[in-house]
Design a protein around this ligand. Structure first.
Ligand code: DQA
Length: 143
């Protein structure tokens, strides 16, 4: 079984990107922690990071057979309507993750067009949020 870990724009530079906001863990660290969290269940992680909305959408369409998804859409949370439609067609549970507490930041980050479709949202817990999302998907998925 495979779990989709999808990261959007500007998340490939995690660790170097405004570390006072996003922390020092790299995307490789995040991918490793998610892989570890699901290894006991025999799940594998399909980890994809893309800068553009179209490529993220294509990745979702190519991964309908995954058991669930963890999605950090970056700023596409704000107005990523096409990404929203792609996630509406995704047939499995998925969790939106933000490293930072977006509600403690600028007001343009306070609304997500994606969150109403998510099974849950985790924000403000840094890289731990991804691991917690993986645990939540494990708990919600039989086998
Ligand atoms: C983010 C929060 C977004 O507002 C921002 O645009 C990002 C990162 C986070 O993980 O905290 O790119 O999704």
């Amino acid at each position: 079984k495979k779990l989709l870990l999808l990261n959007g724009p500007n998340l490939g530079i995690l660790g170097k990107r405004e570390p006072e906001i996003y922390g020092t863990a790299t995307l490789a660290d995040v991918e490793e922690s998610v892989a570890k969290a699901v290894a006991d269940r025999g799940w594998h992680v399909v980890a994809v990071q893309r800068e553009s909305e179209g490529e993220l959408i294509q990745t979702i369409q190519d991964n309908y057979e995954t058991v669930g998804a963890i999605v950090n859409p970056g700023a596409l949370m704000i107005a990523g309507w096409s990404l929203r439609d792609a996630l509406a067609s995704y047939p499995r549970p998925w969790i939106e993750v933000h490293l930072s507490n977006v509600w403690a930041r600028e007001s343009f980050r306070h609304e997500s067009v994606l969150a109403p479709l998510a099974d849950g949202v985790i924000a403000g817990l840094g890289a731990d949020g991804y691991r917690l999302a993986a645990q939540a998907l494990l708990a919600r998925t039989a086998g």
